[in-house]
Design a protein around this ligand. Structure first.
Ligand code: NI
Length: 169
């Protein structure tokens, strides 16, 4: 397995719309393993393919399946799509490997149902709430070219971008 390079904001490649995966191959499965390795190396809870410069609709996460679960589960999702959204909202201070050093509170839906393909091409659905639901929405945002910084006011966003430019570029 390989640890991949993570793109850091500001970077136009993080703002492209990712394309659906058409065929799930050994290469995709090996890429998923590399993504998990990369996420773990950086102590992240989630990673989306565009963050490692691949504009395809692929995300990985490692989080408890339910808010009271003791152990983490690794999720590998291809072409994820939110098919149901609950009425409740929640927010957490979200970190992002492409936005190091920042934690940004984002208003999200607290309960969602997500449909995706697993690494063998089987269609799955998952009901997720709270942190897992937030993480899925955060990672799907990446596939649509949207980062947590994009939820800030233009002024706060500019300040954060200047800081990132100075320290990471
Ligand atoms: Ni992120």
């Amino acid at each position: 397995m390989t640890v991949l390079d993570v793109l850091i904001e500001p970077d136009n490649r993080l703002h492209k719309i990712s394309k659906p995966v058409e065929k799930i191959t050994d290469e995709i499965r090996s890429f998923l393993d590399d993504m998990v390795e990369t996420m773990r190396e950086h102590d992240g809870a989630g990673l989306a393919a565009p963050q490692v410069n691949r504009q395809q609709r692929i995300i990985v996460m490692e989080l408890p399946l339910t808010p009271d679960a003791q152990e983490n589960t690794v999720f590998k999702m291809i072409n994820p799509e939110i098919i149901k959204r609950g009425d409740l909202h929640c927010s957490f201070k979200e970190g992002c490997l492409s936005v190091p050093g920042e934690r940004i509170e984002v208003d999200r839906i607290a309960d969602i149902t997500v449909k995706y393909l697993d690494e063998f091409g089987l269609e799955k659905t998952l009901e997720a709430s709270e942190i897992l639901a937030v993480c899925i929405q955060h990672e799907i945002d990446h596939l649509d070219g949207k980062l947590v910084l994009d939820y800030l006011s233009p002024f706060k966003r500019k300040v954060a971008l200047t800081k990132l430019k100075k320290h990471y570029h």
